[in-house]
Design a protein around this ligand. Structure first.
Ligand SMILES: Nc1ncnc2c1ncn2[C@@H]1O[C@H](COP(=O)(O)OP(=O)(O)OP(=O)(O)O)[C@@H](O)[C@H]1O
Length: 180
């Protein structure tokens, strides 16, 4: 329910380790709202959302401090996570997103696509088992979209879960489709 309007009803799905779901539908149908519900940023009008483990959320807004270097901005968030060794996690995520060369650049100087990759790196560096991604491919070039698909596949292969809202094609093997 948003602004008194029912967005969707009778929606039910489960995701086990290794699973993925892709949320599709027209503009304004409620894809972002569903991701936010899953992330606990919105409360369902009716029903419930249960998540047994840590989750990382990617929304349209970048949560990275624009005045820090990319590496420092990522380390800030990684240090708040429960997983050990934030430095190593950030280093791995920077490499996975091909951002090593930009590690010492202030976030405010990054391009749109670079910022999006940086936000994905924040999710990856959390090493949270559940990834909730709202339009992760927005602003990415073709190579970066492929890299994102590979990253999600690796995450799932390691027992991770991905719930992804996207209106852009993103290859995710055997993903459930949640068509709103
Ligand atoms: N903060 C808000 N307060 C009230 N209504 C909102 C808010 N955010 C979104 N809405 C409304 O909720 C509905 C669903 O929005 P949502 O962003 O979930 O759609 P979406 O499917 O992700 O759209 P898009 O494809 O354009 O990103 C829309 O009608 C929108 O106007």
């Amino acid at each position: 329910m948003r602004s008194g309007r029912l967005l969707f009803s009778k929606l039910s799905f489960d995701l086990a380790p290794g699973d993925a779901a892709i949320v599709t539908g027209a503009n304004g149908i409620g894809k972002s709202s569903l991701i936010r519900l899953a992330g606990g940023l919105l409360v369902p009008f009716e029903g419930s959302v249960t998540c047994a483990t840590d989750k990382a959320l990617l929304t349209e807004a970048s949560s990275l401090d624009i005045d820090r270097t990319l590496a420092a901005a990522l380390r800030f968030w990684a240090s708040l996570d429960r997983a050990p060794d934030p430095e190593a996690r950030v280093a791995r995520a920077l490499t996975a997103l091909d951002l090593d060369a930009l590690a010492d650049i202030p976030v405010r100087l990054l391009s749109t696509g670079q910022r999006r990759r940086a936000s994905i790196a924040r999710v990856a560096s959390s090493e949270a088992p559940v990834w909730l991604l709202d339009e992760p491919a927005n602003g990415l070039d073709a190579v970066s979209v492929t890299r994102l698909a590979t990253l999600i596949a690796h995450h799932r292969a390691g027992g991770g879960i991905a719930l992804v809202a996207t209106h852009l094609p993103l290859a995710m093997l055997d993903a459930q489709e949640i068509a709103l």
